[in-house]
Design a protein around this ligand. Structure first.
Ligand SMILES: [Zn+2]
Length: 273
C-alpha cells in the first residue's frame, strides 16, 4: 500500500493505526494542514519513526484557514520544516469555498509556502478547488521554473534525472483538465489521484495524458472517513481514542483504507485502458 496523501492525525484510533501501518511496512505520506494537526502529527512521528523507517510527513497551511494565518503561523511552519529534513510542504493552495479566495489572501499564503518549498528543496502538496491556471501563475511568481526537459516532449531519462533534482509540485486530489496537465508537466508536476478525480469527464480524459511515472494514488482520509465505514454511528469513537464505546478497531480502518486505494487503482486502470 502506498498512500500519497492521508491525514493520519485526524483519523480515529490514530496511534493504533500508525502502529499497524508501520508494522505492515506500508508507505504513506501523512499530511498536516493546520497548526493543531502539525503538533499531533509531530507527536506520532516522534513515537513511531525510526532511522530505518522514518514516518514521511508534510506540514502546510490549508487555504481554509488562510484568513486566520499570521506571520507567527508561518514561523512555526518553518520550524517544523527545519526540524524534519524529509518533510514536504503542504497541503497549500487555493479554494474558492473559503474566505480569502477573491481578495488575494489565499494567493499570498500559497506563494509564501511555495517559496518555503523552494528554499528547503521540498516537494509541495497542492490543494486546488477553483482556478488551476491561477496556481501555475502563483508557482511561477514564487520562483518555480518551467523546464522543458521535463515537459511532454522530453525523453524518459531526461525527465527522471531532472525530476530528482527539482522541487515537485504535487497536485493532490487532482481535478484539472488536459490543457492544465500539459502546462503543469514542464514544472515537474506529480498528480495524486483520488476516487473523486475520475468523476469529471474532463479530468478523467486528462489523467490518460499524464505519464505513468508521475501518477500516485491517495485516500485523503480524515476525520470524516469513519462516517464512510459506519454511516449510522458518527460518534462511535470517543475523544480518548479508546475502543470502549464501540467495536471499531484499527484493522477495520486499515482495511477500509486499502479498499479505498484499490478502487482508485481500479478506476485508473479502467480509465487508461
Ligand atoms: Zn488533504
Amino acid at each position: 500500500m502506498f498512500d500519497f496523501h492521508i491525514h493520519l492525525a485526524r483519523l480515529p484510533l490514530k496511534k493504533q493505526l500508525t502502529q499497524l501501518l508501520c508494522d505492515r511496512n506500508y508507505i504513506f505520506i501523512a499530511i498536516a494542514c493546520e497548526p493543531w494537526e502539525w503538533n499531533e502529527l509531530h507527536q506520532l512521528k516522534k513515537e513511531f519513526s525510526t532511522i530505518l523507517k522514518p514516518v514521511r510527513v508534510a506540514y502546510g497551511i490549508h487555504p481554509m484557514i488562510a484568513t486566520q494565518t499570521t506571520e507567527d503561523t508561518l514561523a512555526k511552519l518553518r520550524a517544523h520544516l527545519e526540524e524534519d529534513e524529509l518533510a514536504m510542504v503542504g497541503e497549500a493552495g487555493i479554494d474558492k469555498r473559503y474566505p480569502g479566495y477573491d481578495d488575494g489572501t489565499q494567493d499570498h499564503l500559497f506563494i509564501e509556502q511555495a517559496k518555503l518549498a523552494l528554499e528547503f528543496k521540498r516537494d509541495l502538496q497542492i490543494h486546488c478547488v477553483g482556478d488551476y491556471q491561477r496556481v501555475l501563475k502563483l508557482l511561477t511568481e514564487a520562483g518555480f521554473l518551467q523546464d522543458f526537459a521535463i515537459g511532454p516532449g522530453a525523453s524518459q531519462l531526461q525527465t527522471l534525472t531532472r525530476l530528482q533534482e527539482t522541487c515537485r509540485p504535487i497536485f493532490h486530489r487532482f481535478g484539472g483538465d488536459s490543457n492544465f496537465v500539459q502546462k503543469a508537466l514542464p514544472y515537474g508536476a506529480f498528480f495524486s489521484l483520488h476516487l473523486d478525480s475520475f468523476r469529471k469527464k474532463s479530468t478523467a480524459a486528462a489523467i490518460t495524458t499524464i505519464p505513468q511515472e508521475r501518477v500516485f494514488f491517495e485516500t485523503d482520509a480524515d476525520e470524516t472517513f469513519l462516517q464512510s465505514i459506519r454511516p449510522d454511528n458518527k460518534n462511535a469513537v470517543d475523544e480518548n481514542q479508546t475502543t470502549e464505546n464501540n467495536d471499531l478497531n484499527a484493522e477495520e480502518i486499515l482495511a477500509e483504507l486499502e479498499k479505498r486505494l484499490e478502487s482508485v487503482r481500479a478506476a485508473y486502470a479502467e480509465c487508461c485502458q
